[in-house]
Design a protein around this ligand. Sequence first.
Ligand code: MRU
Length: 357
Amino acid sequence: MSQPEFLPIQWKSTFLSLLDQRALPGKKEFLKIDTVEDTILAIREMAVRGAPAIAITGIFGLTLGAKDRKGNVNPNEVDLLIKQVFESRPTAVNLSFALGEAKKRVQGETSWESIAKIWESYALEMMVEDLRANQTLGKNGADLFPKDQEEFHIITHCNTGALATAGHGTALGVIRSLRDLGKKVVVYADETRPFLQGSRLTAFEMMEEGIECYIITDGMSGWLMNHKKIDAVLVGCDRVAANGDTANKIGTYNLAIVAHEHKVPFYVCATRDSFDLNLKTGDEIPIEMRKESEVTQFDFLKNPQGGYLLPEGKTSPIGARALNPSFDITKAKFIKNFITEMGCFVAGEIPSRLKTV
Ligand code: MRU
């Protein structure tokens, strides 16, 4: 089973070593994180991103917070620590589920030392479980593709690979699993404006794996579906409501509509921790609004001779306003199947499938 050469989240007992995804693909740089405050910053500033990776990092952050505290435990302090981590990024439900479980596991504990131990082993357990779930999900997804076909052309959005999880990935996990079955896979990676997770991270992962990959800008999928036979769209997600409405990286909704129009199957790949049965529909999912500057400037416009090729690296008039909702909601009706570690199912089956686990 393939894994990247380097692990993006590494626990070193006294600190967390995080591959800084903001510097990719230019530099493979690790951040040494030894406080809960710096963990929160790393999540908020997207040095680490992707729903499962955020959740795992959040629990290591709690561990660092507990290690920093001494003496008797005041339950309010535990709640405050959890609340601080919870507020780092709102859309992915994986983090809030993990924090709920972290709270449950330390109920009645009276020393910070034992709390730190409990949270540390929970975070390590999450890493093992997430990798296992992604590998099973990958196989389940690969099973949906015709056995007698040797080559598949797949569009993806954002980055859903080893960088966004404990390894293997969700949507990219299905692609890796197809490749492991000996199939040729050609990936078309939406660049994923504005943070460029597709062009910076998915293309990087696919190149490391030797999987053929073409970056397309987010507006090119309609053209592509008109000019090439696309077998499937595979995306990940940050939260699925009980009716199947799905929050994922901004641009997913547009891609789903284009796929629907072209009768290309649209699959959402997610582990169990991304399903939020507390919410009836996608309208209840909180959408993170990020900085306008993520939309209005690009670092690559830096002039090698110094300064910027455009004023301050901007791609828009100085003072221009921008909107930057970081996620959108894809209506359940556009989703052919959810691919999970528990099997593949349609939106209408979600509550019954999840309750049986
Ligand atoms: O803002 P990001 O990069 O954290 O958004 C990530 C996504 O939208 C992914 O598709 C999702 O978290 C699934 S990752 C397995």
